[in-house]
Design a protein around this ligand. Structure first.
Ligand code: HEC
Length: 279
């Protein structure tokens, strides 16, 4: 009996602790509640779910700028961009908070934040990395740098949530909003070589344990086949010689499922990057 009372007591303490942890967000939702609230696929709530009232009429805006400060809607693979999230209001709010995440068009996490501004921190929830407010911010502007993924990744979607708050330590009187922005891969500047694309192909996509590189050309090909993750890290590398009409097999059995880049760098300097899906 005594044991039961202790168990119930412990349960209540854990429950209250859990509630405080789950509901707290003045320190950033990923950092203090392990939750994402940007409106991205897979999230269950947005800032507005809890901060839904108030007079502020919050609107969230995402701007991605190139190194000369021009807003862009395309990205060049591997380039570094400045990302601003601004929360505008009809009446100035006392404090502001936000959250930002990037995913591929099929909702695979793509994490590439760096150098957050003083009011911004990076925190993870599962496989996703969020940029978010570090304490309640007096300014409505949050910034971080972001490195675009490798060629062949395709569209990247930025999801942001924001809250304009009255600094009363609760959600009352606050207003939240979410938005998203899709950046299209700029293929005119990517390293895809169209001539080699006519000669070499990767299949099957999606692959399970193996994929193949086929030489559709009339002369042998020498080069390196690499498997690269979305952050640009080389995971495997193999020197190959492929006869005309021949093919080589690359094992991907040990890789986690997801999107990767298969790269063939031919000894004649041409490079083919192809997005592959591993199941
Ligand atoms: C599940 C409910 C919930 C969600 C979703 C939520 N919050 Fe909160 N938030 C709270 C609670 C409860 C508080 C008060 C406790 C605290 O300060 O942590 C709060 C407080 C805040 C405060 C300080 C408010 C004040 O007036 O003092 C900010 C800023 C804030 N949240 C930002 C955000 C942002 C930005 C998002 C979306 C990315 C968000 N919150 C999503 C529940 C939530």
């Amino acid at each position: 009996m005594k044991k039961n009372i202790y168990t119930i007591f412990l349960g209540i303490i854990l429950f209250i602790g859990g509630q405080i942890l789950l509901t707290s967000s003045s320190n950033g939702r990923a950092f203090s509640a392990n939750d994402g609230n940007t409106g991205a696929p897979g999230e269950s709530q947005t800032c507005r779910s809890c901060h839904g009232g108030g007079q502020f009429n919050a609107t969230v805006n995402i701007t991605v700028k190139d190194s000369s400060g021009f807003p862009v809607t395309n990205y060049v693979p591997g380039k570094v961009y400045d990302v601003d999230v601004a929360i505008s209001t009809t009446n100035a709010a006392q404090r502001y908070g936000f959250q930002l995440v990037t995913l591929t068009s099929n909702a695979i996490p793509y994490n590439a934040w760096s150098q957050p501004s003083a009011n911004t921190r990076i925190a993870n929830v599962g496989q996703r990395s969020y940029a978010e407010h570090k304490g309640k911010s007096e300014t409505n502007l949050f910034s971080t740098k972001w490195t675009a993924p490798v060629a062949g990744t395709g569209d990247i979607v930025f999801y942001a949530g924001g809250a304009a708050v009255n600094n009363n330590g609760s959600t009352s009187g606050d207003n939240g909003d979410v938005t998203s922005l899709t950046l299209i891969e700029d293929i005119s500047t990517s390293s895809i070589e169209y001539s080699i694309e006519n000669v070499v192909s990767f299949f099957p996509i999606p692959a399970e344990d193996y994929f193949f590189l086929k030489n559709n050309g009339e002369s042998s090909l020498n080069g390196v086949i690499r498997v690269i993750d979305l952050q640009g890290k080389t995971i495997s590398e193999e020197l190959v010689n492929v006869l005309p009409n021949g093919q080589v097999e690359i094992s991907v059995r040990q890789l986690k499922s997801g999107i990767y880049m298969a790269q063939f760098a031919s000894s004649n300097q041409s490079i083919l990057n192809k997005r592959i899906v591993i199941r």
